[in-house]
Design a protein around this ligand. Structure first.
Ligand code: THU
Ligand code: ZN
Length: 134
């Protein structure tokens, strides 16, 4: 897995948008803010944050929210996603989100995980090898 801090202008824009939307997260249960910013093949950017509910299981992940915004707008193919967390180490998307992201973006989808200090990059093919798809 690549571990790099080299960000181009678009990477930096996505990271800033992910960081900004993470402030809107509803995280009264965990205090764990997550923001996601997706760049689509058409050049559009969609953002989302995590939304927690008192029964825990209804919680919406930031990546899911961004995916939902993208698909609702009529875009179907993500090519890059930045995920910002307020954790000590950058966090890549969970297994459930990896499956959803893989189905839409396949192996070449670029994933940028970041917090306020560090950035890590990986492709979806690295994050979910031998992925299931129909
Ligand atoms: N979370 C995300 O938003 N994305 C992930 O892929 C992992 C987990 C959120 C859900 C919950 O609000 C908080 O992080 C702690 O699990
Ligand atoms: Zn997730």
């Amino acid at each position: 897995m690549k571990d790099t801090t080299s960000l181009n202008d678009m990477d930096t824009k996505l990271v800033e948008m992910a960081r900004s939307i993470s402030h809107n997260a509803r995280v009264h249960l965990s205090g764990f803010h997550v923001g996601a910013a997706i760049l689509s093949e058409n050049g559009n950017i969609y953002v989302g944050c995590n939304v927690e509910f008192d029964n825990y299981t209804n919680t919406i992940h930031a990546e899911e929210a961004a995916i939902s915004a993208m698909v609702s707008a009529g875009d179907l193919k993500p090519i890059k996603i930045a995920v910002f967390t307020n954790a000590d180490e950058p966090c890549f998307p969970c297994g459930m989100c990896r499956q959803s992201l893989f189905e839409l973006g396949r192996e070449d989808l670029e994933v940028i995980a970041c917090n306020n200090k560090n950035v890590k990059k990986a492709n979806m093919g690295d994050l979910l090898p031998h992925a299931f798809h129909l």
